[in-house]
Design a protein around this ligand. Structure first.
Ligand code: CLF
Ligand code: SF4
Length: 290
């Protein structure tokens, strides 16, 4: 099966082949995550990252963190194996924008794989600082995780925020993060980048707040909203995972304000494949050593 060469295709065409943006693309097209971003600049209370993990399927884990050369070999191997893989994404295991290899990767991939859609997922702290780079590198789709807009709620979700050599806690940390997230996503949308907001649904913390988040990010230019049930880990290990009905209710509520993506499979940082099918990250990693 061939889907032709999308190099230079209008963004709408590229979006139509993005499994995390268009319902009709979900189950038909896939993504290649390359784990070139180990470091993070904030601390979410539900986060546990693992850099040598083969048997868990969730964000923040990868079999290994590799360099850009290895990542590009993985991409070449993956697109050769499966032409349905249309999206190249950096989604951790830390924050994409807090790791310089992310930028080198997209720079080189722009020359080597111009037909792929470039996707980047971030906590948004550095989005304002790097928005020119994000645009220059041809990032088509940008995901910003926005878990709150109310400082009283946000201060409960993040243990700290580290920015330009200083560490911020509590409300101060959240307000800094939130300003950068919201202004960054507004500027990205104004530059024509398709912006999706991921909101991690945390029972008892932000579950009555998601509509406020959805309305504001829509007003700022986000086009898609993805409510992700929190996996109880780290400092939030004792909070129960939201039931599927809770997630569906939050999606139904916010659907009035913004398009929903309902097919999220909470991918690993090195997931490769069509979401919902078995990922072949280990296979591709092994292939890269050939
Ligand atoms: Fe990857 Fe994320 Fe891009 Fe998709 S995943 S960087 S937007 S190409 Fe997709 Fe995976 Fe859910 Fe993310 S199913 S965790 S929403
Ligand atoms: Fe973990 Fe991602 Fe939060 Fe960083 S932004 S602490 S990697 S969940």
């Amino acid at each position: 099966m061939s889907w032709g060469n999308d190099a230079g295709a209008p963004r709408q065409v590229r979006l139509a082949r993005h499994p995390c943006y268009r319902a009709e693309a979900h189950g038909r097209f896939g993504r290649i995550h390359v784990a070139v971003a180990p470091r993070c600049n904030i601390s979410c209370n539900y986060c546990v990252r693992e850099f040598a993990c083969a048997n868990e399927n969730r964000p923040g884990v990868t079999t290994r963190v590799g360099g850009v050369d290895e990542a590009l070999r993985i991409v070449a191997d993956a697109v050769r194996r499966d032409p349905r893989l249309t999206v190249l994404g950096v989604a951790g295991p830390g924050d994409a924008l807090a790791n310089e290899p992310t930028f080198e990767l997209f720079e080189r991939a722009g020359r080597e794989f111009p037909e792929l859609t470039f996707c980047l997922s971030t906590n948004g702290l550095l989005l304002l600082d790097r928005i020119d780079d994000v645009e220059r590198l041809g990032i088509d789709t940008l995901t910003v995780t926005v878990n709150a807009i109310d400082p009283d709620i946000g201060a409960r979700i993040y243990a700290h925020v580290r920015y330009r050599g200083r560490t911020y806690h509590g409300r101060e940390g959240f307000e800094l993060l939130s300003r950068h997230q919201l202004e960054g996503l507004r500027q990205a949308a104004r530059r024509g980048i398709a912006v999706k907001v991921n909101t991690v649904l945390i029972p008892g913390v932000n579950d009555t707040h998601v509509q406020d988040v959805a309305r504001l990010v829509r007003a700022l230019g986000a086009s898609t909203f993805n409510i992700i049930p929190m996996i109880p880990l780290g400092r939030f290990a004792s909070i129960p995972e939201p039931a599927p009905e809770q997630v569906a209710a939050a999606q139904d509520l916010t659907e009035k304000d913004i398009d929903q993506f309902r097919g999220c499979t909470r991918c690993r940082a090195d997931a490769i494949g069509v979401p919902g099918e078995q990922d072949c990250a280990l296979l591709a990693t092994a292939g890269s050593k050939e």
